[in-house]
Design a protein around this ligand. Sequence first.
Ligand code: WA2
Length: 269
Amino acid sequence: MGTESMRKAEETLTSMCEERARMLQEQFAVSVNHVHALAILVSTFHYQKDPPALDQETFAKYTARTAFERPLLNGVAYAQRVVHAERDLFENRQGWIIKTMKREPSPMQDEYAPVIYSQATVSYIEALDMMSGEEDRENILRARSTGKAVLTRPFRLLESNHLGVVLTFPVYLSGLPADATAEERVKAIAGYLGGAFDVESLVENLLRQLAGNHEIVVNVYDVTNSSEPLVMYGAHPPDGHMSPSHVSMLDFGDPFRKHQMKCRYRKKP
Ligand code: WA2
């Protein structure tokens, strides 16, 4: 192939990759923003009203009707912080006992984060202590001490077993100042509003709609640890082949995590 057509092919690859990265980042940001609004909804209607003006039925109805606002999330849920001293009272009021993510009755812990409200699409996490899963637990701890939205590394989600990442927003009891310290934040935490990005199936869906989809192979990586990139989307391509590739930067809004998209031609052009 001549250098001119080679240059053209690389240019096309670059623009296709940049377009896909932009679209994915945009849909991600839209979904994150709406989860932020849901965290404020819980704060307003559960915690700033006595008695709470929110229940599972209302949460399920509202999140189902607004699901179109969160195109990359398989569902959202709210997990409440429960300290051990309050466990018995909490379980009696709920009428169920806190379970681990392996669906066994939870052993004693200092504190728990059982799901009390869930969108119907993820009803299987109801009553599960989200602190019993390593990735979810790390998210919860980081979200509540920073006050910011945080993302997990890619991992296999419950039920679907699809590769994805979990997004977590902290919800605080009212009266927390904007410049609160990490310690004050942990003390004032009420719970965690979040959801799972089903990257494996929902990003597949997004890419399928774009022109030229069958010509290129797209991978998304979590490159937070640059020497050990983690596959977030796509089959890891075999090393050592010489077809040109393009890397597009991605920003999913958690400064702790770095992501990138890598595109190459399915066959040599
Ligand atoms: N949601 C759905 N599927 C999952 C999952 C999850 N976490 N973790 C593993 N599979 C309620 O951070 C709080 C949602 C966790 C939020």
